[in-house]
Design a protein around this ligand. Structure first.
Ligand SMILES: Cc1cc2nc3c(=O)[nH]c(=O)nc-3n(C[C@H](O)[C@H](O)[C@H](O)COP(=O)(O)OP(=O)(O)OC[C@H]3O[C@@H](n4cnc5c(N)ncnc54)[C@H](O)[C@@H]3O)c2cc1C
Length: 379
C-alpha cells in the first residue's frame, strides 16, 4: 500500500497519529478535518496514561491494550519529539488514588483487591504515607493506592507535535473541510464527498471521534456504535508553595464526585472531569464546575487560593463496550479507528502503529484483532 492514496477523516490525535506514521512510511496521505486539527476531544483531555487506575475487571482486553500502548510511550515520545520538534510533556511521577473518609477507604480497598486480582503493580498506602509522597494532600486522606506506572502527557502539546510531524513528512491537512459522505460502490469504499467535490482514495480511515456515526454513506449495519460523552474540565494556576507533583485521583463513595488533578510542567493544574450523557451539548454548568472545584478542594485544600485559568468541556467518543473500534470493516478499503472513549490519549501510540501497519501490509495484527467492528456484528 506504500504508493497508494489514503484519506483520513478527522484530525484528532488518532487521525494525525496514523497519518504521521503512514506519511513517514512514504504513503500519500490526506487528512480532512472539519474544524481545526486536534481541537476536539484531543484538546479537551487531561492526558492521563492510566491503564491501572482505569482498569475494570470486566474489560480485560482493554486493560491489555492500554498496557501495551503505555509500554510503547517511551519510543513514541522519542520519535514524536524528534519529528515534531517539541517536547510533549511526558511525565512519569505516577498516580495516587486517594480516599477521604471511611466509606471511601472501603471502596478504595475494593478497587485495590480488584487490581491485585488482575495482577497489577499497585501499592496500598496509609494517609500518612500518601502525604509523604504528596505533601499538599488533605489531612483527611485516609488511604491511597499508588499506581507508580500510570503516567501523563500534555495532550495539547502532543497534538501540536503530531501536526508538525505529519506535515514534515509531506502529509496533507485540509482544515475547515468536512467530509459529507463516504462513497461505497459494490462493497468497496472508493472515496469521499467533500465540500469541494468527490475525492478518490485507495483506502479510507474513519477517525472522526464522537462524530464517526454521523457521516453519511455507511450502510446501517456498519455504522460504528459511537456516541458523545461530555466531560467538563478546568485549569488552575499552581503557585509557590502549592505544587502538586503526582496525578491525584479521588474515590468518593458518597455525597461528592470523584475528580482528578493533573499537574502540568508549565504550572497548570488540570481538574476533571464530569461524565455526562448530554448528546453534543458542550455547555459548562454551574453544577459541573462546582463539583470539580469541591472535589479538588477536598483532596488538596490549598487549591482554594489558586487562580482559575480556563474552563472547557469536551466530548469523549464512547463506544458501546467502552473499547475502541479498530481495523477492517465488511466494506473493502474502509478502516475504522474510533471509539477511544476515555483512553484515547493513552491508546494513540498503539492505534497509530497498528493501523499504519494494517494499511501497509493488509494484515490485522493480533493486538487489534479483538477490537474490530465485527465484535458488535456478531451480537
Ligand atoms: C474531558 C475529557 C477528558 C479526557 N481525558 C483523557 C485522559 O486523561 N486520558 C486519555 O487517554 N484520554 C482522555 N480523554 C479521551 C480522549 O481525549 C479521546 O479518546 C481522544 O482524544 C479521541 O481522539 P480522536 O482523534 O478519535 O477524536 P477527536 O479529538 O474528537 O478528533 C476527531 C476529529 O474529527 C473531526 N471530524 C468529525 N467529523 C468530521 C467530518 N465529517 N469531516 C472531517 N472531520 C471530522 C472533528 O472535528 C475532530 O477534530 C478525555 C476526553 C475528554 C472529553
Amino acid at each position: 500500500m506504500a504508493n497508494k492514496k489514503i484519506i483520513i477523516i478527522g484530525g484528532g490525535v488518532i487521525g494525525l497519529g496514523i497519518g504521521w506514521q503512514l506519511a513517514k512510511a512514504g504513503t500519500t496521505v490526506t487528512i480532512y478535518e472539519r474544524s481545526q486539527a486536534g481541537r476536539a476531544a484531543s484538546w479537551a483531555a487531561a492526558g492521563m496514561l492510566a491503564p491501572l487506575a482505569e482498569a475494570h475487571s470486566e474489560e480485560p482486553e482493554l486493560l491489555k491494550l492500554g498496557s501495551q500502548s503505555l509500554a510503547r510511550y517511551p519510543q513514541w515520545v522519542g520519535e514524536l519529539e524528534a519529528d515534531g520538534g517539541l517536547s510533549i510533556g511526558y511525565r512519569v511521577e505516577g498516580t495516587l488514588i486517594v480516599g477521604l473518609e471511611p466509606d471511601d477507604t472501603h471502596q478504595l480497598r475494593h478497587l485495590y483487591t480488584a487490581q491485585q486480582d488482575l495482577g497489577l503493580n499497585v501499592e496500598w498506602l496509609t494517609g500518612r504515607e500518601a502525604r509523604e509522597i504528596e505533601s499538599v494532600l488533605s489531612p483527611r486522606v485516609t488511604a491511597a493506592i499508588r499506581c507508580a506506572t500510570d503516567y501523563q502527557v500534555d495532550n495539547r502539546l502532543m497534538v501540536r507535535a503530531l501536526q508538525r510531524a505529519y506535515q514534515v513528512y509531506g502529509g496533507v491537512l485540509h482544515e475547515n473541510s468536512t467530509i459529507e459522505k463516504i462513497v461505497i460502490e459494490n462493497g468497496t469504499a472508493t472515496g469521499v464527498q467533500t465540500q469541494d467535490g468527490f475525492q478518490t482514495a485507495d483506502a479510507l480511515i474513519l477517525a472522526a471521534g464522537c462524530w464517526s456515526a454521523q457521516i453519511e454513506g455507511l450502510p446501517d449495519t456498519i455504522i460504528p456504535p459511537v456516541r458523545p460523552v461530555k466531560g467538563q474540565m478546568l485549569a488552575l494556576q499552581m503557585e509557590a508553595g502549592i505544587t502538586v507533583k503526582n496525578v491525584i485521583r479521588t474515590v468518593r463513595a458518597r455525597y461528592s464526585t470523584s475528580v482528578y488533578l493533573v499537574p502540568r510542567t508549565d504550572g497548570r493544574l488540570i481538574v476533571g472531569a464530569t461524565s455526562e450523557e448530554m448528546g453534543f451539548d458542550t455547555r459548562l454548568t454551574a453544577g459541573g464546575v462546582f463539583e470539580l472545584l469541591r472535589g479538588a478542594w477536598e483532596a488538596v485544600p490549598s487549591v482554594y487560593e489558586l487562580p482559575i485559568l480556563e474552563t472547557w468541556a469536551g466530548l469523549r467518543p464512547g463506544s458501546r463496550d467502552n473499547a475502541p473500534i479498530l481495523g477492517k470493516t465488511p466494506v473493502e478499503n474502509l478502516i475504522y479507528a474510533t471509539g477511544h472513549y476515555r483512553n484515547g490519549i493513552l491508546l494513540t501510540p498503539i492505534t497509530a502503529y497498528e493501523i499504519a501497519k494494517l494499511i501497509l501490509t493488509g494484515e490485522t495484527s493480533e493486538t487489534i484483532a479483538p477490537f474490530q467492528l465485527d465484535r458488535f456484528l456478531r451480537q
